[in-house]
Design a protein around this ligand. Structure first.
Ligand code: BES
Ligand code: ZN
Ligand code: ZN
Length: 492
């Protein structure tokens, strides 16, 4: 997909469709301002066929062979001046282009009172590139066309950096989405590791190391090994390194849960709860996508990524509720529920990462709990942290990127239910109270209290029940936009 800019609208430049956006309540004056095709654009407005509601569309035809069609696109009310509205509105336009097999478009950038035209341009590119994504495992003639060339009208070369940046970030998001949307049999510990190695080949700034089962045994990542026991596939662990600021010592460790299929283990999930569990590696997918974006952007930060990869399957060899397993940290863990496996693999690799890389901060992403959906639904990612400064950065990054977070309390008492009679800690409580916080408390127990840490529970933001706005498939790649933004805020 190619994105160009043009300071002014030109009636001679070719495009399958010109998309003209309208704020609801301002449609008549906006139509008047668009002199080039004023009469044509006024027609559906006068006929009261178009009011400018969010996502409303109306196509009119010109007699100009270079530009056959104009699409009036509703942006909704301008007083809700969240830039997210531009992304959402434009997603309808892109979908219509793809369904109609129009491959080139021009988008007239709308003005906003609270945002610069560059902000609007950025949101437009994000929306177009994220909406213009297609993934299907069907092979019949279902393939729709995709937009190939886009011209943003209203900005010139000054927007080229903003455009490039949005495209680089989207390309990381698409990688994460592909991994989440793929079949669990295709996206397994070994193939994800191979994809990480391939990523490093394509981006010389990235270094990738893969630990196989033998190495994982040697390093005593015993919780990762315990979870993997029920699967015929070996576990794997991927370490990614990106040094964007080689002269600086500062380093961020990013960890992503990579359970490539979660049956629940011996505490088997019931029908209705297992069907989306190929997406239980979304945290890992996001880490890979994030490193891709950071390498493309040349972000000035030092990053270590660690991704534990395993299936949580069921077998005679499965790890067992009631048994005690040791961990990399030395702490022993009583397994109360084999379905609380994400916190186990995270605890092991976070402790490993902290010991080996001494990071200045740790951020983990995980599809950790069903409870997070009950608490806040699929609109925001749950944020759990031991450090108010990190919370503030992630909140700001959430607002700016459109991937919003919500910060939860982390009082010490929430961890009390994890006390065990027979081990140092147990992996779940016996009731369902504050399930997402309890999960975060378990992870926290494996981190030095002085290390700033944030846990992002993406269980309901990484994989949607139905496609929504600029997420045309179920995997969203959530976290890539949030964390590139956060890293830029941290490192200027
Ligand atoms: N992968 C699940 C969490 C999940 C649930 C992700 C729904 C996406 C949608 C996780 O491993 C899990 O099963 N967690 C348990 C924890 C419980 C046993 C303490 C849960 O949420 O029920
Ligand atoms: Zn589970
Ligand atoms: Zn899981």
């Amino acid at each position: 997909m190619k994105v160009l800019t043009s300071g002014h609208f030109n009636k001679k430049s070719k495009a399958d469709v010109i998309i003209i956006p309208f704020w609801q309540g301002k449609i008549a004056e906006m139509a008047a301002a668009f002199e080039e095709y004023e009469a044509l654009v006024q027609a559906p407005i006068k006929a009261k066929d178009f009011a400018g509601k969010l996502g409303e569309m109306n196509v009119v035809y010109t007699t100009n062979s270079a530009q056959k069609r104009l699409m009036l696109l509703g942006l909704g009310e301008e007083n809700k001046t969240d830039i997210e509205q531009i992304r959402r509105a434009l997603s309808f336009g892109v979908k219509k282009c793809n369904q109609s097999r129009w491959t080139s478009c021009q988008f007239i950038l709308p003005k906003m009172t609270n945002h610069s035209i560059l902000d609007v341009a950025r949101a437009a590119v994000e929306s177009i590139s994220l909406s213009n994504y297609f993934f299907t495992l069907k092979n019949e003639g279902e393939k729709t066309s995709q937009l190939e060339s886009i011209v943003l009208v209203g900005v010139d070369n000054e927007a080229s950096q903003v455009v490039q940046r949005a495209l680089h970030i989207s390309s990381g998001v698409q990688m994460a989405r592909d991994l989440v949307n793929g079949n669990a049999d295709d996206i397994n510990p070994q193939t994800v590791s191979e994809k990480a190695l391939k990523l490093a080949k394509e981006h010389p700034k990235l270094k990738v190391t893969v630990f196989d089962k033998k190495r994982i045994e040697k390093e005593k990542l015993d919780l990762l090994l315990a979870v993997s026991r029920g699967s015929f596939r070996d576990p794997s662990m991927v370490i990614l390194e990106y040094k964007g600021a080689p002269k600086v010592k500062d380093c961020t460790l990013v960890v992503g849960k990579g359970v490539t299929y979660d049956t629940g283990g011996l505490n088997l999930k019931p029908t209705g709860k297992m069907e989306t569990m190929k997406a239980d590696m979304a945290g890992a997918a996001t880490v890979l996508g994030l490193f891709k974006s950071c390498a493309l952007l040349g972000i000035k930060a030092n990053l270590i990524g660690i991704v534990p990869l395993t299936e949580n399957a069921i077998d005679g060899k499965s790890y067992k509720p009631g048994d005690v397993y040791s961990s990399y940290s030395g702490k022993t863990v009583e397994i109360v529920n084999t379905d609380a496996e994400g916190r186990l693999v995270l605890a092991d690799v976070i402790a490993y990462g902290e010991a080996h890389y001494k990071p200045n901060r740790i951020i983990d992403l995980a599809t950790l709990t069903g409870a997070i959906g009950i608490a806040i639904g699929e609109l925001r990612t749950g944020l759990f942290s031991n450090h108010p400064g990190l919370v503030e950065i992630l909140q700001k990054a959430g607002e700016a990127s459109g991937e919003k977070v919500w910060s939860f309390p982390m009082d010490e008492e929430y961890g009390k239910g994890l006390n065990s009679q027979i081990a140092d800690i147990r992996n779940a409580t016996t009731d369902r109270m504050a399930g997402s916080i309890v999960g975060a408390k378990f992870i926290e127990a494996f981190i030095k209290p002085e290390t700033p840490w944030a846990h992002l529970d993406i269980a309901f933001t990484s994989y949607l029940e139905k496609p929504k706005y600029y997420h045309p498939t179920l995997g969203t790649g959530v976290g890539v936009r949030l964390l590139t933004e956060a890293l830029e805020l941290l490192h200027g």
